[in-house]
Ligand binder design. Sequence first.
Ligand SMILES: [Zn+2]
Length: 121
Amino acid sequence: MSIFSEVKEKTTKWREDGIKIFKEQCALIRQYPIACMYCKKENPISSWIFIQIKHYVRPHGCTEGDYWINGKTETCTITCPECKQENYLYNHPQKTEIVELADSSPFDKKMIFSDVKERYD
Ligand SMILES: [Zn+2]
């Protein structure tokens, strides 16, 4: 086997292993149970809807237009799959864990939650 085909084979395997581990870790995170503050039922994070709050930023200066920015994760809400009540993350007992999963994991919110919706403030 030439050195080039060996390198190609090993990097392909390394990439495939990486994708496999990435998918496994994502599936694991999606099982993380969240308890509803209203109905008290526990459901995996993958069945909750994340509501991203957007804040309006007025134009300032003469070259800049107005725009919207994402509110911090802890100031957003998640919708319970059972009772459909929105749980405000700031008051949620699992706030720290949920914020860490949403902001620090290598997975996008769209991969963790069942859906991500935007709300303009
Ligand atoms: Zn509920």
